[in-house]
Design a protein around this ligand. Structure first.
Ligand SMILES: C[S@@+](CC[C@H](N)C(=O)[O-])C[C@H]1O[C@@H](n2cnc3c(N)ncnc32)[C@H](O)[C@@H]1O
Length: 323
């Protein structure tokens, strides 16, 4: 029973929320004094932790999609494919036969099919692979086919109403444990708006190092903002590690894992990438930082309380890592 602040939460009520909703448990948990919370957290057995952080939120990739967006999304897919092709050219490589692994491709595989058409050997890895949606994907790929003209990969997918193995290799595994991708088998690893969502960034960096051939490269666009408040992009750094962990599990990481650019660079180097470059694409405004920093420095429970300001400023970056 918790009696902090004069408000009592009967144990049966706490127990009931295991079966129905974990909001009440979280509320009761928040009312515990901090030292007690930390001690309880250390003592809580894993099965109880699992139930307490169980989520009813459906991952974005499993949600039903609106076919009326197909025109806009097809046009965007063409741009993304062109951007990836340009990236490959900038590394002095050709798409023909290039072994590309993209982690976290999202709700459809339009750009990747266009690259497969141009000779690339594409593997996709996702923790929540978007299933074929008969009410959406045929519209999207049909629209893409209209934009691009003849396409072996799009034709094969539209005919099969799914993804034939000769077009794409699709692996339903988290990047942390993508055991289905052979070691040293990849020339180029791509991720776009993914590394801020993974649950174990160190393990992901080790996976990338394992699958990348010597001389291969990784290119990662990372959005370091709090995805719940992109207009107040560092707010999630104020909470304790435990609270952030519960929030992360509840939303399948969609709010962001809070890891900062310096951490990512360090983890990639530690995993075995010889050179890691960071190209900053977005920074926090001075006005927001002036408001946020005093609050962060006073946030006793936050592991980011003393984090260097120059790293906190970075909200978006392209990271390139050479093996
Ligand atoms: C924000 S979406 C980005 C989708 C796409 N790259 C884009 O830019 O539109 C994040 C993607 O990463 C995937 N993802 C999240 N955690 C992952 C993990 N641990 N391993 C592999 N994929 C993950 C999600 O399922 C989703 O497809």
């Amino acid at each position: 029973m918790d009696s902090r602040g004069g408000q009592r939460v009967p144990f049966c009520q706490v127990f009931h929320c295991f079966e129905t909703d974990n909001h009440m448990l979280k509320a009761a948990w928040q009312r515990l004094p901090d030292p007690l919370r930390r001690a309880a957290s250390r003592l809580t057995p894993e099965p109880v932790r699992q139930i307490a952080t169980r989520s009813w939120v459906v991952p974005v990739n499993y949600q039903h999609r609106d076919p009326s967006n197909a025109v806009v999304e097809a046009a965007h897919a063409v741009k993304v494919a062109e951007m990836y092709a340009e990236l490959v050219r900038s590394y002095g490589q050709s798409l023909q036969g290039l072994r590309i692994l993209e982690v976290g491709p999202g709700t459809h595989f339009g750009p990747q099919l266009l690259l497969a058409d141009r000779g690339a050997d594409i593997t996709l890895v996702d923790r929540f692979v978007a299933p074929w949606d008969a009410g959406y994907h045929p519209h999207l790929y049909g629209q893409l086919r209209k934009l691009t003209g003849p396409s072996r990969a799009l034709d094969a997918v539209i005919t099969a109403q799914g993804y034939p193995r000769e077009c794409l290799t699709i692996i339903n595994q988290p990047a942390e444990a993508m055991t289905a991708v052979p070691s040293g088998s990849i020339d180029l690893v791509l991720s776009w708006a993914v590394l801020e969502h993974v649950y174990d960034l160190a393990a992901v960096c080790r996976s990338f190092a394992r699958v990348t051939r010597p001389g291969g490269v990784g290119h990662h666009q990372v959005d370091f903002r709090d995805h719940l408040h992109t207009d107040r992009p560092l707010e999630f750094l104020l909470s304790s590690a435990l609270r952030a962990k519960i929030d992360f599990s509840y939303r399948h990481g969609e709010r962001g894992n809070r890891r900062r650019p310096d951490e990512l660079v360090m983890l990639l180097k530690r995993a075995g990438f010889d050179r890691v470059d960071i190209n900053v694409t977005e920074e926090a405004s001075p006005a927001y930082l002036a408001d946020f920093l005093p609050r962060l420095r006073a946030a006793r429970a936050s592991p980011y309380r003393s984090w260097p300001t120059d790293d906190l400023c970075i909200l978006g970056a392209k990271i390139t890592a050479w093996r």
